[in-house]
Write a protein that binds this ligand. Sequence first.
Ligand SMILES: NC(=O)c1ccc[n+]([C@@H]2O[C@H](COP(=O)([O-])OP(=O)(O)OC[C@H]3O[C@@H](n4cnc5c(N)ncnc54)[C@H](OP(=O)(O)O)[C@@H]3O)[C@@H](O)[C@H]2O)c1
Length: 235
Amino acid sequence: MTTTLITGANKGLGFETARRLVEAGHTVYVGSRDAERGRRAAERLGARWVLLDVTDDASVAAAAKTVEADGGLDVLVNNAGIEERTETNAVTGAAGTTADLMRHVFETNVFGLVRVTHAFLPLLERSAAPVVVNVSSGLASLAAASSPGSPAYAYPGVAYPASKSAVNMITVQYAKAFPGMRINAVEPGYTATDLNGHTGTQTVEEGAEIIVRMARLGPDGPTGGYFDARGPLPW
Ligand SMILES: NC(=O)c1ccc[n+]([C@@H]2O[C@H](COP(=O)([O-])OP(=O)(O)OC[C@H]3O[C@@H](n4cnc5c(N)ncnc54)[C@H](OP(=O)(O)O)[C@@H]3O)[C@@H](O)[C@H]2O)c1
């Protein structure tokens, strides 16, 4: 039996990933920073839930204790993420980007991901087939961001793509450090969720496809890569 934790799984891509992995037979923990939202999501899914705010050391440590006491972890999906937008759903461009804005986005997308990974590594190391999926973004790609005509080139924000480029580097470094684990970054594609005010052009079913595929990798699968549903992406 494979046990899987998905951070930020009470809605959006995380929720859909949880639904699909429950269907595939995983024992799934819905990570949620809000007790009520977490409990409700888990009930709908037939999953377990655990209180987990990725920005809070004590919350993450308590979640790791709970999962460990219940028997451990095989798959970690680092999905929780934010994209700073204004009240009118606009992305803050370079001129408006402050250190505080960067820190706010990095606190969840980067430091949160490292905080959770660090706390759950001892559990993953005890698994026979440990897997980590880091939910990145196509906007993380330096190659795409510097290629005129691509969506990443047109995107004006600084904090969000920079945070996801950091996630990509973190993925590569962890993958080298833990060759026994499958550790990959994924780009779900532009998906209609609360994150972007439902402007995304894909459904959550389409977006979750690559997250689910990489969460189900066997020990012979790739590691240290960056993928969307069509295959490897340029860094
Ligand atoms: N949608 C897209 O087009 C797209 C494209 C590429 C990558 N992504 C990435 O996909 C992931 C999921 O995003 P989504 O589109 O599904 O967005 P979403 O619907 O807004 O879901 C984000 C999830 O993250 C949770 N979260 C935020 N801050 C958290 C924290 N401090 N601790 C724990 N959970 C926290 C949210 O919880 P609350 O309900 O409590 O806020 C929510 O469950 C993100 O990493 C995002 O960057 C999305």
